[in-house]
Design a protein around this ligand. Structure first.
Ligand SMILES: [Zn+2]
Ligand SMILES: [Zn+2]
Length: 260
């Protein structure tokens, strides 16, 4: 069983401008059994996506879901196509996420911003921000509508040291994920940022070995996530070799199939 639950489309405006069907064809060629489209979630008030350059507008949502459904039918003999979204969690949008949960197959949580579309944790976060990051993730998991926690170690993109605040945040996240049995994603696209200096060592910002060492203590389950913004990503198996080198010896429990 080979699955990818993290796939974007041209609608987010920072993925390749190609047809959705090319992701499906690439996935079939690469031997995937399951492919979930989980493009960045739209919000009802986003009417001008070109201002943000990072997600579809609300008016494109029905066409997006319809297109996935069409592909699901067209390729049902070859691959299981799922629909979904990558959300950030803000309690004021709880109803919105719940509606999306009913309209689609899965929701993955990628907590990129502290506020809706503002303050990217990947650009900068201080000790208080990383605590808020972990709190938002724990709250999201507690709602019960999150299927996978995407790049749980995303906050390290905005930091230069894995300090006590990071340790505490990692324990909060891992504890909650284990408690609710939510798999953590080993993101295969953090590599695109290249290596950077963290604690005076040249490493990828994520996956972050220090985070996963803590996740291992809680026996968290993990899934690989290609976080594809271009179809070709799906056939680049060297990404798995590279993250496995980062996480060598930790013996993380990898799963392919989601529980529900
Ligand atoms: Zn993206
Ligand atoms: Zn993503």
């Amino acid at each position: 069983m080979k699955a990818n639950y993290h796939t974007h489309t041209y609608r987010c405006l920072h993925a390749s401008n190609v047809a959705d069907e090319l992701y499906v064809k690439e996935a079939i060629n690469a031997g995937f059994d399951i492919l979930a489209f989980t493009d960045h979630v739209p919000y009802p008030w986003i009417r001008y996506p070109e201002e943000h350059q990072d997600r579809m507008s609300y008016s494109e949502m029905d066409e997006y879901l319809q297109m996935i459904y069409t592909l699901k039918k067209r390729y049902q003999d070859k691959i299981n196509i799922l629909s979904g979204f990558e959300i950030e969690y803000y309690p004021e949008y709880k109803d919105h996420y719940q509606r999306l949960r009913k309209k689609s197959d899965i929701l993955i949580l990628g907590q990129h911003n502290r506020y809706p579309l503002i303050h990217d944790y990947g650009v900068y976060n201080n000790d208080n921000d990383v605590f808020i990051y972990a709190t938002q993730i724990c709250d999201a998991i507690a709602t019960g509508f999150v299927d996978i926690l995407a790049h749980p170690d995303y906050f390290m993109l905005g930091r230069s040291a894995f300090n006590d605040a990071c340790i505490k945040a990692s324990h909060m996240i891992a504890h909650q994920a284990a408690l609710y049995d939510i798999p953590l994603e080993i993101n295969l696209n953090g590599l695109r940022y290249g290596k950077k200096l963290i604690d005076h060592q040249e490493v990828y910002p994520y996956p972050c070995r220090d985070f996963w060492q803590i996740a291992k203590q809680y026996d968290c389950k993990a899934v690989y996530g290609y976080d594809a913004h271009d179809p070709s990503t799906l056939s680049q198996s060297w990404r798995i070799d590279e993250v496995n080198r980062v996480l060598a010896g930790l013996d993380i429990k990898i799963i392919d199939k989601l529980g529900r």
